[in-house]
Design a protein around this ligand. Structure first.
Ligand SMILES: *Cc1c(COP(=O)(O)O)cnc(C)c1O
Length: 464
C-alpha cells in the first residue's frame, strides 16, 4: 500500500494546493475553504483518492481516457520513444517517424477525404489553428473577405482567445474581452430546454435554418465557416434531433462555407463510431481532434484537413505552428492508443454491445421522479433533472443548485458524474464492462434518490 503513504497527508496537500495552484474553471477561495479532492492513482475505470477511497470514473478523466487508466503499453511506448528521440521539431522541412506514421493512421481512420493533419497540443489550440487555416484558405482561393465564423450558443471549443470565442459559453465570454471580432453564435438544438411546443424534428429543422438566416444577416460572401460539435459535450451532452445535421450539411454546401466538426469529445469511439461525423453522417472539411486521440495519457490535438483544404494551404507557406506540433513522444503514445483501440475492438464493442447495454439502463432512468429526459449517444449521456417533467420546467431555485447537490452525492457514493446546470452527465471509459455499467447505474440511482429527498425536504422542488 505504499501509494497511500508515498505522499503528504491529505490536509497538507490541500493546503499547498490552495496556496500555490490556481485551478482552471474553479473559484480559488471557495476551493481553498473546502480542500481539493486529491486523486492519487487510477486503473481501468476506477480512481483512488488520497484517503484510499475508490471512485468509478464516470467521466473518463475529462472525456478523454477512452482506453481506461493505467495501461502499461502506453508507458513503455513513451519510455522507448524518449530514449530513441525525445524531441525534434516539424518546422523547417524536418520530420520524424512517429509523426509520419500517426498522420497516415489518422488519414486511414478519418472518413472521406480527411487525409492531412496539422498538430496542436490540445483542442483549444487546434481550434485556434482552424481560425487561421480557414481564413488563410479563403485568402488563397481569392475570397479574402470570407473571414467570419458562425458557431452556436453554449458550444464548447476550448478556452484560448480563439477557442473561447468560437465557443458560446457566456461565462467564458464575460472574462478577458471575448469573443474576438468576426465570430457570431446561433441558437443551439437543445429541445428539452428551448423546444417549446415544437416536436424535436420541427425544432431541429428550425435551429438548423438559423444558420441560413445568420449567413444572410452577415452576408454569404463574408462567411468563412460554421463550427459545431456533432453532440455538444460540455454544453450538457445535447444530442440534436435527427433533422438537424442533414439540414446543416445542406446549408454549408449550398452557401459555400466550410464545415468544421469539433470532434474533440466525439472522436475516437465515443459515439460508437470512430468519429461522430460518421454517426451523424456529417461531411466536414476540417475535424478538430484531441482528448481520446491519446486517451489523455499525453497532451496532443490537431486539425484533420480535407484534400480540398490541404491542397490550397500547401500551396503557400503557412506562418503558423507550435513548438510541440507533432511531438514525437505524443505521436508515439497516440499511435499506441489507436493500436490498442483497434486490437481490442473498442469502437465495435461500444457500438454493438456496451453502448446499447448502457442505453437501455440509462433510458430507464427517465422513470425516476426527478428525471425529465435522458440523452445518450454511445458512451456519452445526460440526465435532465426537473421539478415538473410534463412542463419541462426548470427549478425555481436557479440553474445548477440541484445539479451540484447531485454531483456531491454521486462523489460520496463513489461515482464521478458531472453536472452542467441541472443535467447530470457521464462519459465513461470505452472499456467499461456490463458489471461496471450496473455499478454506475446503481450509484447514479442512489444519488438521484438522495438528491430528490433533499430537494423535497428543503422545499426546492418548485418550478421557475
Ligand atoms: C475539451 C474540448 C476542447 C478543448 O480542448 P483542450 O484540450 O482542453 O484545449 C475543444 N472542443 C471540445 C468539443 C472539447 O470538448
Amino acid at each position: 500500500m505504499s501509494h497511500l503513504f508515498n505522499h503528504l497527508p491529505t490536509a497538507e496537500l490541500q493546503a499547498l494546493d490552495a496556496r500555490h495552484h490556481l485551478h482552471p474553471f474553479t473559484h480559488g477561495q471557495a476551493l481553498a475553504a473546502k480542500g481539493a479532492r486529491i486523486i492519487t492513482r487510477a486503473k481501468g475505470c476506477f480512481l483512488t483518492d488520497s484517503e484510499g477511497a475508490e471512485i468509478l470514473d464516470g467521466m473518463a478523466g475529462l472525456w478523454c481516457v477512452n482506453i481506461g487508466h493505467g495501461r502499461e503499453e502506453m508507458a513503455r511506448v513513451a519510455y522507448d520513444q524518449m530514449m530513441e528521440l525525445a524531441f525534434y521539431n516539424t518546422f523547417f522541412q524536418t520530420s520524424h517517424p512517429p509523426v509520419i506514421e500517426l498522420s497516415q493512421k489518422l488519414a486511414e481512420l478519418a472518413p472521406g477525404d480527411l487525409n492531412h493533419v496539422f498538430y496542436a497540443s490540445g483542442g483549444s489550440d487546434a481550434n485556434d489553428t482552424n481560425i487561421r487555416a480557414v481564413r488563410h484558405y479563403w485568402q488563397l482561393v481569392g475570397k479574402p473577405e470570407k473571414t467570419h465564423f458562425i458557431s452556436r450558443k453554449n458550444a464548447y471549443h476550448g478556452s484560448t482567445m480563439g477557442g473561447g470565442s468560437l465557443g458560446g459559453m457566456a461565462g467564458i465570454h464575460a472574462q478577458g474581452g471575448l469573443p474576438i471580432p468576426g465570430i457570431s453564435h446561433i441558437d443551439q438544438p437543445f429541445w428539452w430546454a428551448e423546444g417549446g411546443d415544437m416536436t424535436p424534428e420541427e425544432f431541429g429543422l428550425a435551429r438548423a435554418r438559423a444558420l441560413e438566416a445568420e449567413i444572410d444577416r452577415i452576408g454569404g460572401d463574408r462567411v468563412a465557416a460554421f463550427i459545431a460539435e456533432p453532440v455538444q459535450g460540455a454544453g450538457a451532452v445535447i444530442v440534436p434531433p435527427d433533422s438537424y445535421w442533414p439540414e446543416i450539411s445542406r446549408i454549408c454546401r449550398e452557401r459555400d462555407i466550410l464545415l468544421i466538426a469539433d470532434e474533440v469529445i466525439t472522436g475516437f469511439g465515443r459515439t460508437g463510431n470512430w468519429f461522430g461525423s460518421q454517426t451523424f453522417d456529417i461531411k466536414p472539411d476540417i475535424m478538430t481532434v484531441a482528448k481520446g486521440l491519446s486517451s489523455g495519457y499525453i497532451p496532443i490535438g490537431g486539425s484533420i484537413l480535407s484534400d480540398k483544404v490541404f491542397d490550397v494551404l500547401s500551396g503557400d507557406e503557412f506562418n503558423h505552428g507550435y513548438t510541440y506540433s507533432g511531438h514525437p513522444v505524443a505521436c508515439a503514445v497516440a499511435l499506441e492508443n489507436l493500436r490498442i483501440m483497434q486490437e481490442e475492438n473498442m469502437v465495435e464493442t461500444v457500438r454493438n454491445d456496451t453502448g446499447p447495454y448502457l442505453k437501455e439502463k440509462w433510458q430507464a432512468l427517465a422513470d425516476h421522479p426527478l428525471v425529465g429526459e435522458t440523452r445518450i449517444s454511445g458512451m456519452m449521456a445526460a440526465l435532465q433533472m426537473t421539478p415538473d417533467k410534463t412542463a419541462r420546467a426548470a427549478f425555481a431555485e436557479g440553474d445548477g443548485v440541484a445539479g451540484l447537490i447531485c454531483r456531491e452525492n454521486a462523489f460520496a457514493n463513489g461515482l464521478v458524474m458531472r453536472h452542467v446546470g441541472d443535467s447530470m452527465i457521464i462519459s465513461p471509459p470505452l472499456v467499461i464492462t456490463h458489471a461496471q455499467i450496473d455499478t454506475l447505474i446503481e450509484r447514479a440511482v442512489k444519488s438521484l434518490d438522495q438528491t430528490h429527498a433533499r430537494l423535497k425536504a428543503e422545499g426546492l422542488m418548485k418550478t421557475a
